[in-house]
Design a protein around this ligand. Structure first.
Ligand SMILES: C=CC1=C(C)c2cc3[nH]c(cc4nc(cc5[nH]c(cc1n2)c(C)c5CCC(=O)O)C(CCC(=O)O)=C4C)c(C)c3C=C
Ligand code: FE2
Length: 412
């Protein structure tokens, strides 16, 4: 790709009108696919590095390799006009195509009509695509009478039950829509959410959002397993993004009563506060017993290598890994894709820190729910954590091409 990162937009209206013949030539080149735009380079190096393809059978941001940073936003829909919502989803899709390719939204951040605000907010000018992925989801509350979608709600999008120990803040829970923005540069992820929010002004409003850093799970087992804020390797036994058999079995939805979801997935998001101060005063032995893995290598009790198969009976009955393992839950499994967060302090001198747990599965009723029931009941980790936010979303299949848009199968 020869476009400059985030710098170039389609040639601006003024540029096309003003350049005359040059503008026409540019237009012809654009039809062919790539565009060498006058002025390319002034905002950063030209490169197609770090571009994760936006189009495909599945949305990017699920099985694709996990990036370093997250900006997650849940939105309430403010309009009651279905056509307006559809218009916005189409506009969002076109903007997402551009931003994930490292390009600015619409006509860009400068060079347009001086009397109008620019199409792009500009803070990603000169930055590469940074493996940005944008993944949309539809919450249970979207499927009400407002948009005539009640009959299209998937059975699998059943509200999550209340689990023992939950202390959920409604202001950090739920949402009609969500967008998960992941990138290796936080500015690129934030830019993407900000621009989608700007496009949606009047149609949707942000209900809550979460920034994340330090991925706590990876979908690439050959890479070094990241550590969570308790200092333990997290994601050792995650589903790999290239394990198509496991993805088909545990992650991609088949459709069920909602054919429009075939090739999609269900996302559970939980904001989990971690009491790092208490943890840091806990003995190493207790810490390792809590997880059932050792802190140095991440090896399961009685094993020496991180990826050696755990022997569950060697672990304490209330250890996290024993309780969460598929063998303890009738085979239940999910693809974890969470991030650490720190959101300042809580006024009592403690960090407001934790895990923003994100898990994708083919059906939460057979994925997250049974595992979380077991954990909520008996997990030794519960002494150190608390679930404070929760949301569930149906994540539709991927956008196939430039004529397709987020939610087309649901709304048409
Ligand atoms: C309901 C699902 C899960 C929640 C909620 C959850 C919270 C949570 N987990 C850790 C740290 C670790 N989890 C590990 C393994 C693990 N966790 C879950 C599920 C939930 N975790 C599963 C399915 C597994 C894999 C079990 C297995 O197959 O062996 C590990 C060990 C390393 C690994 O395999 O990833 C750690 C460490 C925290 C800190 C946390 C809440 C804050
Ligand atoms: Fe876990």
């Amino acid at each position: 790709m020869s476009e400059k990162p985030h710098g170039d937009a389609a040639p601006s209206r003024r540029a096309v009108l003003g350049w005359g013949g040059a503008g026409l030539a540019l237009g012809a080149a654009a039809v062919g696919g790539t565009v060498a735009v006058a002025g390319a380079g002034e905002d950063g190096p030209s490169s197609s590095d770090g571009v994760v393809p936006f189009h495909g059978r599945h949305q990017a941001g699920i099985a694709t390799p996990v990036q370093d940073r997250l900006h997650f936003a849940a939105f309430d829909v403010r309009t009651k006009d279905r056509a307006e919502l559809v218009r916005m989803l189409k506009e969002w899709t076109r903007a997402a195509e551009r931003m994930t390719a490292g390009r600015a939204v619409g006509e860009g951040a400068y060079g347009g009509i001086p009397e109008a605000p620019p199409d792009d907010t500009g803070e990603a000018l000169g930055l590469p695509a940074s493996r940005l992925t944008l993944t949309i989801g539809f919450g249970p509350s979207l499927f009400d009478d407002r948009f005539g979608l009640a009959g299209r709600r998937p059975d699998a999008l059943e509200d999550l039950p209340k689990f023992p120990g939950d202390n959920l803040d409604p202001a950090r829970s739920g949402g009609d829509l969500c967008v998960q923005a992941c990138a290796d540069d936080p500015q690129v992820a934030v830019h993407a959410i900000r621009n989608l929010t700007r496009i949606g002004f009047g149609t949707v409003a942000i209900r809550w959002s979460q920034l994340g850093f330090g991925k706590t799970s990876s979908t690439t087992p050959e890479a070094q397993t990241p550590r969570n804020l308790f200092g333990f390797k997290d994601g050792t036994r995650n589903i790999s993004g290239t394990d198509t058999a496991s993805l088909d079995q545990h992650v991609w939805a088949g459709g069920g009563n909602a054919g429009w979801m075939a090739g999609g997935s269900y996302l559970v998001a939980r904001r989990i506060r971690m009491n790092v101060e208490t943890w840091d005063r806990t003995s190493l032995q207790e810490q390792e017993d809590v997880f059932g893995r050792d802190k140095r290598r991440g090896a399961a009790v009685g094993r020496s290598g991180e990826h050696d198969e755990p022997f569950l009976k060697a672990m304490k009955p209330d250890s996290h890994v024993r309780l969460a393992h598929p063998d303890s839950n009738g085979g239940a499994a999910m693809l974890r894709r969470g991030y650490s967060f720190t959101d300042g302090t809580d006024g009592l001198g403690r960090l407001d820190a934790g895990l923003f747990f994100l898990a994708y599965q083919s059906d939460p009723r057979t994925g997250f729910v049974p595992v979380q029931r077991a954990l909520a009941r008996s997990d030794a980790l519960n002494e150190y954590i608390q679930h404070v936010g929760s949301a569930l979303f149906a994540v539709p299949p991927g956008v196939r091409d430039e004529d397709d848009w987020w939610g087309r199968a649901l709304f048409t």
